[in-house]
Design a protein around this ligand. Structure first.
Ligand SMILES: [Zn+2]
Length: 152
């Protein structure tokens, strides 16, 4: 999934726990639970013919996704006062790290950690059901809005 729905899960966690370490681990777990749901973003960027073209496209998508995530955190902290700030930091890092690790391993060609990329990919494809981003993006927006709603 995009970082934005993962971020929404971190917001929710910060309303439930105060311990940042616990929040971190719950953030990591929430990441894999969300990724487990078929979410229709695997084919993003596949219309680009070259590897470099795809990389640039993905970086643009990631930039928008990152900005939306930060905006979502800002929206949350300016409206919700019943949350733990340390837990929010821990949960956000935990919710983001599974994808940041993946990007880092691939980019820096850390071959000894490729098993992680394979494992992360298996979670994404647990049901072997892929569908178009045309449905995947709205689906992820709805998931994000529902989680944000229950966090406020
Ligand atoms: Zn992921």
């Amino acid at each position: 999934m995009f970082l934005t729905p993962h971020t929404s899960a971190a917001l929710w966690i910060s309303t439930k726990v105060t311990d940042p370490v616990l929040a971190f681990f719950l953030g990591v777990i929430s990441h894999f639970i969300l990724d487990f749901i078929p979410h229709g973003d695997e084919d993003i960027g596949t219309h680009k013919k070259t590897k470099r073209g795809r990389f640039i496209y993905m970086m643009k998508v990631a930039t928008v996704d990152f900005i939306l995530s930060v905006a979502l955190i800002y929206f949350f902290v300016t409206r919700q006062h019943e949350y733990s700030r340390p837990a929010l930091a821990g949960a956000v890092i935990g919710a983001w790290i599974p994808d940041l690790a993946w990007i880092a391993i691939e980019n820096f060609k850390m071959t000894s950690l490729y098993w992680y990329i394979v494992w992360h990919g298996k979670i994404h494809n647990a049901f072997g059901w892929r569908y178009s981003p045309v449905y995947g993006v709205p689906f992820q927006i709805i998931v994000t809005l529902i989680i944000v709603r229950i966090s406020l």
